[in-house]
Design a protein around this ligand. Structure first.
Ligand code: ADP
Ligand code: MG
Length: 242
């Protein structure tokens, strides 16, 4: 029995002011798989993610979740009904809500059910004792863990992460990447992680999709993409970034 991809996008396109920013991107991700969309700044990574999240509209192309069409020229499931968890650079914790309030934000159910789920998620990221604190009382790494708990609390089918570690200081980053990866791996979610850092993709991805000028130019296991770059532009990208 062939497995159905958790997320499949076909031929997504988006232009701004007549310029194709996302130029026919196709991808599929199985449950439990982490795919990194890797490429230089400006190549169209965030726009791709925003279309999958439903906060940006594609000009053409289709998006499927578990084989079900959620977005094309006619169908458009709204963002809040896509069962997608988000960790974006500009999607910080709500400053006026406690840790509990932040993690409970997208949850349904009774107060007691929500509280139980919040405690469970904070346990998963080792943040239970911070439950009554506010974001400004937490370090960058701690805020990151709460953001991860918040994104995973409603049990999303898909996690979209846009450079989620870029605001963290170098010293913390590797540890938080590893910790995040191990938490994601306990869930059955498909992860699409956007980054411009080859290191991060090498460390976290099951599969790398290398993007340039709105297109995926190469795709495969991290080791293969890294050791067998397609052309000189890919070699330059990998070496400049290091
Ligand atoms: P990346 O995430 O890879 O850095 P983006 O998807 O953010 O790239 O942006 C790709 C290109 O599309 C950039 O040149 C950016 O300026 C442009 N772009 C993105 N969003 C818009 C918009 N709403 N209006 C006009 N141009 C945009
Ligand atoms: Mg971006």
């Amino acid at each position: 029995m062939a497995e159905v991809p958790r997320l499949e996008i076909r031929n997504l396109r988006r232009s701004f002011d007549g310029r194709a920013v996302v130029d026919g991107v196709s991808l599929s991700i199985m449950p439990g798989q982490v795919t990194c969309l890797l490429g230089p700044s400006g190549c169209g990574k965030s726009t791709t993610l925003r279309m999958i999240a439903g906060v940006e509209t594609q000009d053409s192309g289709e998006i499927y979740v578990d084989g079900k069409l959620i977005s094309d020229a006619v169908t458009r499931v709204p963002p809040e009904r896509r069962e997608i968890g988000l960790m974006f650079q500009d999607f910080a914790l709500f400053p006026h809500l406690s840790v509990e309030g932040n993690v409970a934000y997208g949850l349904r159910g009774s107060r007691a059910e929500k509280r139980a789920r919040v405690e469970e998620m904070l346990g998963r990221v080792h943040m239970q004792r911070f439950i009554d604190m506010f974001p400004h009382q937490l370090s960058g790494g701690e805020q990151q863990r709460v953001a991860l708990a918040r994104a995973l609390a409603p049990q999303p089918r898909i996690m979209l992460m846009d450079e989620p570690f870029s605001g963290l200081d170098n010293r913390l980053r590797d540890g938080i990447r590893d910790e995040t990866l191990s938490i994601l791996k306990e869930e059955d979610t498909a992860v699409l992680l956007v980054t411009h850092e080859p290191d991060e993709a090498m460390r976290m991805a099951d599969e790398i999709a290398l993007m340039r000028d709105g297109k995926i130019v190469q795709q495969g296991a991290p080791y293969n993409v890294y050791t067998r770059p397609l052309d000189r532009a890919s070699v330059a990208f990998f070496s400049d970034a290091n």
